[in-house]
Design a protein around this ligand. Sequence first.
Ligand SMILES: Cc1cc2nc3c(=O)[nH]c(=O)nc-3n(C[C@H](O)[C@H](O)[C@H](O)COP(=O)(O)O)c2cc1C
Length: 388
Amino acid sequence: MAKIVLGITGSIAAYKACDIIREFKKKNNEVICIMTSAAKEFITPLTLATLSENPVYDDIFYFSKNYNSKIKHIDLSQDCDLILVVPATANIIGKIASGIADDLLTATVMASKKPVLFAPAMNKNMWENNIVKENVVKLKKFGYKFVGPKKGLLACGDYGDGHIEDTEKIVNEAISLLKKKSLKNKTVLILSGPTAEKIDDIRYITNASSGKTGFFLANEAKARGANVIFITGKTDLIPDADICQKIESANDMFEMAKKYFKKSDIIISAAAVGDFTVEKIDGKIPREKNLNLKLKPTKDILGFLGVNKKNKKIIGFSAEIGNNLKRAKEKIKRKNLDFIVVNDVTKKDCGFGSDHNDIIILNKKGKVVFSGGGTKEFLAEKILDCIE
Ligand SMILES: Cc1cc2nc3c(=O)[nH]c(=O)nc-3n(C[C@H](O)[C@H](O)[C@H](O)COP(=O)(O)O)c2cc1C
């Protein structure tokens, strides 16, 4: 659990702070809000206090009314793991870049040696202003981090750069700063999602994989500093990866995996690769009569990677009917894996498509190194902990 000081400044995007607090709380982090005077024109301290379940601070001279307390800006600057400013105005960026500490938020940032992340939001002319640009460059030079802004429709009606970054990206970036960069200089290849085999020009054989496990694994690996290559079948979940490739069939997945395999140190195959492909019929098959499909086995991607792995680490998944560890152990040997993640697909409300799963992780000797359930996000952490 991390302690995050969240600075909120006077932008129309101040309401975004509410979502950010909820996301951090969901992930069991503590959030303490500091508001500037301008921020209070846009959103109330009551809202932030309710969501964060903590008092909201806004007064640099808090101490003069609370002599028994610690000096607020010093206390907050030290007793936290990260300071996140969402949204960050041109004003706050300018003040911090100039060493000004004339309110609780600027004084806290200035007094802190913790990581500081800004999520700017402003009119596009403000963002493109050379003074703002120079301030951002200066802050980056001193180690301050930025996420966004992105292009979008701005509150003033203009379209362009200056729109606050998506909540998910801001939270991911913050979490990434909180984590130790234990996978720095490692390339992690993640295979994710379902594959789909064309029956005719418009129909497919596929499966119910949502790609959520692969998505969370990719974000977690990225947060730990890895260079992440993500290959996925049909899913809308696009993680924070350095390379993202969408594929369709098991053969596409095989070819793409081969392409990126050499440069990878760790390969995690969380994809639900179809075991069979079908002899595709051109056009659209009429539905008038019965139809026999001729299935043939797809290539064994994990088997191929396992044979060629040398000193790479390979992690496979095994969807089992029941608690079948015997088959999983046999798979570890046959495919030359370092770990296998086993889940029972017959369990209700977990596994395929769900946000939750129950898993058992076996190492290459077939020993259980983790067993438990939780959100797929939580389990992604556990899987990477085992690999590390
Ligand atoms: C309706 C409205 C919206 C504003 N939105 C922004 C904004 O998105 N970004 C920004 O940099 N300033 C914006 N401003 C200007 C800031 O509120 C102003 O510069 C203020 O002094 C910032 O103070 P602070 O940085 O201490 O919060 C806006 C002002 C108004 C009236």
